[in-house]
Design a binder for this molecule. Structure first.
Ligand SMILES: CC(C)(COP(=O)(O)OP(=O)(O)OC[C@H]1O[C@@H](n2cnc3c(N)ncnc32)[C@H](O)[C@@H]1OP(=O)(O)O)[C@@H](O)C(=O)NCCC(=O)NCCS
Length: 154
């Protein structure tokens, strides 16, 4: 699917070297390879997507499907493409998939210090619903954000 020059497709095992190198660049506590491997090998409860521009990966997202909850576990945009609307397109793509799968809500955790990510989620109607104390490895709290999904919430 092409959205504003970005082509979205399913993440494959062969994408992992490129994805891991972005992951290490973008996160203080990057996911290890085995987590990504599980996501691409068992798709029964997860949705793993890649966005490409001119055949190069610019973003990716991983979502866990827990009953009616579409839990966005990982969202990332290549550093040199941040701040240009790629994250919004990725999030829209992910939310469309949640709606398509008839999930009732989308949820996620985010660091309170991550103003850009919080701004992105708020711009798509997510609201803060809880704080998980000491959630991250460095002891930082997580903000839990949620929004309803489905045609009625658009
Ligand atoms: C967070 C991230 C996914 C956002 O993607 P992005 O492509 O940079 O974001 P976009 O350009 O699509 O911006 C979307 C919205 O975010 C908000 N935003 C962007 N930069 C912002 C900033 N510096 N401060 C506050 N809000 C900001 C705005 O609402 C913006 O919409 P607008 O341009 O219409 O005002 C990306 O920056 C990233 O990968 N960061 C590193 C990894 C990460 O933190 N992932 C999220 C973990 S929860």
């Amino acid at each position: 699917m092409a959205e504003g020059g970005i082509v979205f497709r399913t993440m494959e095992e062969s994408d992992l070297p490129a994805v891991l190198s972005l992951e290490k660049d973008l996160f203080p506590d990057p996911w290890p390879r085995w987590i990504f491997l599980e996501e691409v090998r068992d798709r029964s409860r997860s949705f793993a997507t890649i966005g490409e521009e001119s055949g190069k990966i610019v973003c990716y997202g991983i979502v866990w499907i827990v009953g009616a909850e579409f839990h966005i576990a990982n969202m990332a945009v290549r550093r040199d493409r941040q701040g240009a609307g790629v994250g919004k397109r990725l999030l829209d793509h992910v939310l469309d998939e949640g709606t398509r799968r008839r999930c009732g809500v989308a949820t996620l955790e985010v660091r309170p210090s991550n103003a850009r990510a919080i701004g992105l989620y708020r711009s798509r109607a997510f609201r803060e619903v809880a704080i998980r104390r000491g959630y991250y490895r460095n002891g930082e709290d997580a903000l839990v954000m949620l929004r309803e999904l489905g045609p009625a919430s658009e």
